[in-house]
Ligand binder design. Structure first.
Ligand code: ZN
Length: 154
């Protein structure tokens, strides 16, 4: 899978997150949901978010996928839990930009917490979608006005 080329530290952090993912499982009464697939690798992320008073008060994911996608979903949910919707969307934008080689400054990267180690995945073009899948699910879940019920994704 090419992971052996990753820096040892990144590798350990990623393998640990995938082995013991945080926020894995469904949550009670989510307000926003999004399921995304990465057909090139076979990853699925079904993300559930509960937004209360503009803040993410609970978040969880289900679905199966490779080590990178599971680790990324775990790190993403850790990073955005408790953040405002605007902060979470900003973080998703930073992550997506970094993954395609658009650089942000250190302060922006710090916002991502552990998830910033996964921005190094851009060295492995085949795995970029695995890392960005859960962040895209987050943006789409938050941007979609789910109360309107008229938005048709996919
Ligand atoms: Zn994958």
């Amino acid at each position: 899978m090419g992971l052996s080329k990753l820096n040892q530290l990144y590798r350990a952090v990623i393998l640990d997150a995938a082995a013991h993912p945080h926020h894995k499982g469904s949550i009670q009464s989510p307000t926003n949901e999004m399921t995304l697939h990465n057909p090139t690798c076979g990853d699925t992320v079904n993300l559930q978010v509960k937004v209360e008073n503009g803040k993410i008060s609970d978040i969880g994911f289900t679905g199966d996928g490779c080590t990178i996608s599971q680790a990324s979903a775990s790190m993403m949910t850790d990073a955005v839990n408790g953040k405002t919707k605007a902060e979470a969307l900003k973080m998703a934008k930073i992550f997506s930009d970094e993954a395609i080689g658009k650089k942000h400054d250190q302060d922006d990267l710090k916002l991502l917490g552990d998830a910033q180690v996964l921005t190094n995945i851009m060295q492995f073009p085949a795995r970029i979608k695995c890392a960005t899948l859960s962040w895209w699910a987050l943006s789409r879940a938050l941007e979609k006005d789910q109360s309107a019920g008229g938005v048709n994704d996919d």
